[in-house]
Design a protein around this ligand. Sequence first.
Ligand code: WTA
Length: 631
Amino acid sequence: MSETYNIGLGNNDAETRLNADSDYVSFWDKQARNLSWFSPWSKTLDWHPPFAKWFVGGTINASYNALDVHQNSKSKKPAILWEGENGDSRILTYGEMFAQVQKFSNTLKSLGVQKGDRVTLYLPMIPELPIAMLACARIGAIHTVIFSGFSATSIRDRVDDSKSKVIVTADGGYRRGKIVPLKEVVDEAIQGFDFVENVIVVQRTKNEISITDKDKLWDELLKDASDVCPPEKLQSTHPLYILYTSGTTGKPKGVLHGTGGYLTHLYSTFKWAFDIKDSDVFFCTADIGWVTGHSYVVYAPLLHGATEIMYEGAPDFPDASRMWDILQKYNATIFYTTPTALRMFMKFGDDIPNSFDLSSLRLLGTVGEPINPEVWKWYFKTIGKEKCPIIDTWWQTETGGMLISPLPGLETIPLKPGSGTRPIPGMNITVVDENGEDVAPNTKGYLVIKNPWPGMLLTLWGDDEKYKKVYWSKYKNCYYPGDYALKDSDGYLWLLGRADDVLKVAGHRIGTAELESCIVSHDDVAESAVCGIPDEVKGEVIIAFVVLKQGVATDTKILEKELFEKIRNDVGAIATPKQIYFVSKLPKTRSGKIMRRLLKAIGNNEKIGDVSTLEDGAAVTEVQTAFDEIQ
Ligand code: WTA
């Protein structure tokens, strides 16, 4: 029996759960009415597995729901309390956001951007990023945000796939006190792309940039733009954005989210998980380049007219007290971060957070990876002073919003450190074995989702077949997220990490196939296999095994350097392996498949199990020796 903590807010809305369990379609129909629609829907759910259309026929606009609806009562209320890494700060009220967004909508229109066109946003964490997203949403353009740590090659692939007409970037962004030259990266990324008509540049760092025919300055464009731009009345299923994420195969997949369903999911989960009130000051540390930033920095808080903090830079810059300093400065009431960040803060000891006044906090959240029970307890005791519930939220880029989480804004249930507790209302989520049969309590299996939900992805951009194959082919009519889980005897779910070839390094998703194909594209490399091994702070770090082409005589030290460089350039710094090992062969089956299961098992110090299908035992010895060296 694991420990339980009874920290609730006294909310107990049993009726909501009951209604959701008896009829999830009518339940979501009711939730959707919390938003403002231009016209009602004729059908709540059109479900042709695996394609779901929510609120069919209804018309809505995301930017209208984030901004226009608050203008009567909250135009002077701060929407974003922005804190730059270098100490700059800005406060943007709902009224100011409203004007800026409309100006940028009109700017995009004047550049010929129309409903359905794609706009790539490659920006640091500055207010212009949510402004640009909402401006796209206002005119029905589909935004596609690329994390500002990604390389030129990654941008090129994504811009090519989405065929974006316009790119919005900045001269640079601050990261650990240095300027990251974003505009320069974009210039390299879009060389020869005639379909990119305009590049809009926000001047954040004022570093020198080269200006081409396509470039326009944000400030210049907005100066003369009108601040009145009526929102487009869009179908509920109109795509709101594409967000690329790593999967098990090849290149990143473009996850496509819609409007009405997605917003309904966010509005509801934000209210239930964070019990949001008008007086709250919410701080989510996620970068908007990832889904957590899309859903719970941009859309959910603004739908609720909440005040939130947005921070530009590294969480430990200039030192490990930065987050506590921000929480204290703005009297934050809700803090939402990752287990990786918490593990890092915990390592620095209690004295640092203890020297700040964190008494305004009332709720603490976590997302992105499993949280170790001891880290959970540290968060609970040292940061929350044993009075704030810990909201461990499980979800994915594809799910749009939280699907498993404690929901203190809705109901009070005991918490268990390390468990996300139960699914949100309306969800049938279980744990099954390889054959799709429910496993016994406390048995590890695969997480599956048995019914559609409003925040679920529409499809993968331009690839319905892949969408079917990746998520809906392992189990009939069930969504397969690719996670291991177990359900305990109280029905609590415990998420146990990825069951597929996706790595989670510091909470970021990295596809092994994507990384391996980058490594093997080096002239001297014949084969490569990468895997994750446990890491105290990052959860997991990457180890790469490389087999060189026959006859290659280059010094491996030089090769290693070249490969690190190549990975940083082609994929991005977050995918850099901790170590590269040069081996003469990889463990493979007789049919020639790399035995990843074996690499993973060796790396995790587990029994390696059945190796009867192995082609050559010596390969295992070589890999084992390499791992022994690391430990
Ligand atoms: C993992 C991030 C355990 C999981 C929102 C999932 C978690 C993947 C949790 C999605 C959690 C996310 N506990 N694991 N609370 N939250 N994960 O698309 O493996 O970047 O499949 O979305 O993160 O990562 P993504």
